[in-house]
Design a binder for this molecule. Structure first.
Ligand SMILES: NC(=O)c1ccc[n+]([C@@H]2O[C@H](COP(=O)([O-])OP(=O)(O)OC[C@H]3O[C@@H](n4cnc5c(N)ncnc54)[C@H](OP(=O)(O)O)[C@@H]3O)[C@@H](O)[C@H]2O)c1
Length: 262
């Protein structure tokens, strides 16, 4: 029997693509999830909650490689701590971690910053937890996924006025292209922090909203309001962008067309 690769968050947007791509490469896959289901198509599911650490030890048992995709708006540092403690004890040989572009250059210092960008600070803390765990690792930072940008503009478009973060640009990338890179990294040797992965084009946030409204035949005024605080200022200065690593191929326009066709 082959040693399974553990994918935390294997039920999520990114993780599902990672699982499918690992399966296509012939890997056995184990998924850690809070909602386990019966094994199917070479994928087994183990119950676990990385917020509490429950199930982490069982999830990493007999595993050499982990792709850590589990994440949420809050507490990714805590999740990383629980996973890495279990991985270190189990002698895991490689953890691949997905972080976010700008994690290292977004100052989250004030209460306003923490309220709006606590997610980014937790990703940075998680990066450090992974790096200092003693487990060989590879960390890659990605820009926002098209899928997330789509969710955001779709939610905003429900209001009569669309409030866009003024001055902020986005470089969205297809989650599946990030998954492709994660799988390549997982099947290779640990490399520490590797080059960012970003989408092919950079757009003012308001333009993403505008193209969504146009594509869905809606008319809404867009009000660009700059968010307060140092972290938002860093984003306006481009901390969340990686123009030198615009390696994704799928553009926002292509994603939008595809997504709205289903
Ligand atoms: N979305 C973006 O634009 C973006 C950009 C750069 C990096 N990232 C990073 O990429 C990763 C995946 O993002 P995504 O957009 O694919 O997320 P997602 O669709 O929201 O999926 C989140 C996944 O995390 C799992 N999860 C959440 N809380 C958990 C917990 N307490 N214990 C165990 N599993 C938990 C969920 O599994 P269950 O519900 O099955 O338990 C789910 O599979 C995250 O680390 C995120 O920070 C995302």
């Amino acid at each position: 029997m082959k040693t399974p690769i553990l994918v935390t968050g294997g039920t999520g947007t990114l993780g599902q693509f990672v699982v499918a791509r690992l399966r296509a490469k012939g890997a056995e896959v184990r998924v850690l999830t809070r909602h386990p289901k019966p094994a199917a198509d070479g994928v087994t599911y183990v119950a676990g909650d990385l917020e509490t650490g429950a199930g982490a030890t069982a999830a990493v048992e007999g595993v050499h490689t982990v792709v850590h995709c589990a994440g949420s708006q809050k507490g990714d540092d805590v999740k990383a701590r629980h996973l890495m403690n279990a991985a270190a004890k189990a002698g895991v040989r490689h953890v691949v971690y997905i972080s976010v572009v700008g994690a290292d250059r977004t100052p989250v210092t004030s209460g306003v910053d923490r309220a709006m960008f606590g997610y980014v600070a937790a990703k940075r803390a998680a990066e450090e937890i992974v790096a200092s765990s003693g487990v060989p690792y590879t960390t890659v930072r990605a820009t926002q996924f098209h899928e997330l940008a789509f969710q955001a503009v779709a939610a905003m478009a429900k209001l009569p006025v669309v409030f866009a973060p003024g001055g902020t640009k986005m470089q969205p990338v297809a989650a599946d292209e990030v998954a492709e890179r994660l799988v390549e990294l997982a099947l290779g040797e640990p490399q520490g922090l590797v080059a960012d992965i970003g989408g092919p084009r950079i757009y003012p946030f308001a333009d993403l909203a505008r193209s969504y409204l146009r594509a869905t035949g809606r008319r809404r005024p867009i009000l660009a309001v700059p968010a307060p605080g140092g972290a938002a200022r860093a984003f306006r200065a481009g901390a969340n962008l990686t123009p030198e690593h615009a390696v994704g191929h799928v553009t926002w326009e292509e994603f939008l067309t595809q997504r709205l066709a289903v």
